[in-house]
Design a protein around this ligand. Sequence first.
Ligand code: GLU
Length: 324
Amino acid sequence: MSLSKTPVGRLAPSPTGAQHVGNARTYLLAWLSIRSRGGRVILRIEDLDSPRVKAWAVQQAIDDLKWLGLDWDEGPNQPGCEISYQQTERICLYRSAFDQLRISERVYCCTCSRSDVLAAASAPHASQEGPTYPGTCAHRTAADAETLAGQSFCWRFRMSDKNWLLTDAVAGTRNCDVNSELGDFVIAKADGTPSYQLAVVVDDHLMGVTEVLRGDDLISSAFRQLELYDFFGWEAPQFAHVPLVVGPDGRRLAKRHGDTRISVLRDAGVPSANLVGVLAHSCGLRRTPAAVTPQELLADFSLERLPRTPFVFTDDTWKQLLKV
Ligand code: GLU
């Protein structure tokens, strides 16, 4: 990444449900990392997983982000923005990228698993990573699509035999032999409707994103995405995978740990600065969890201060949050 480029980052909520405290922490860090360097922030709605997307969740995510005190330069309904920032309205862009993959035989038709196909529309958070695909249909070519008409199939991306080195701004140096460790992955449905992996790479490239900051359960996706950047000859963004928020049992923060929906805190009258204060403290940006705004965190922000272990959300965290 060239140093002279204006940093461009994105907030990319999936409206498959409500946004939680864990999402809030990632959005806050993504925003701080870019804004503290005078960069541009994009809001993109990742709504491809049509069976799981909830109509109300788009506006709620926008309201949550605004309530947190985050802003963006480009996004849905933003004055002066002529392109769409909602993935379901960008399908033709993904289709033309897919056509390049098909013409180059980097994809093949696969009749194996329907569950893989259903899962592919969303980002595969760690627990949703399926087993490595054994390559059963890898002998097929793209042209086989014609002979499969009427059968259900999907398109898989053919991994290279590369061993990728990822220099992550938070997670450090990681490497991955993509073929043996991850295997060929679903890239589109039979009709060319894209998977999360294809859509996110096309969008990040076309939107000029220079930094992708997200939860560290998506690190394996970064390696899949590096394969796509390499195929298209596009420059990959700087990746920054941040530790997740977990409950006292060490599992990803979820309903069993209490209701941490941002909208619920908001409706209960919790000041957003309380939440930002708790999150800033958890990120090593403040010595105490006292209330603070995102703006106030900009001056001395650095990703280097971020602890490299998950943030454990405990009963004490609840008390700090609810303190008025
Ligand atoms: N929309 C994805 C999610 O909320 C984020 C994926 C990404 O940042 O690449 O899980």
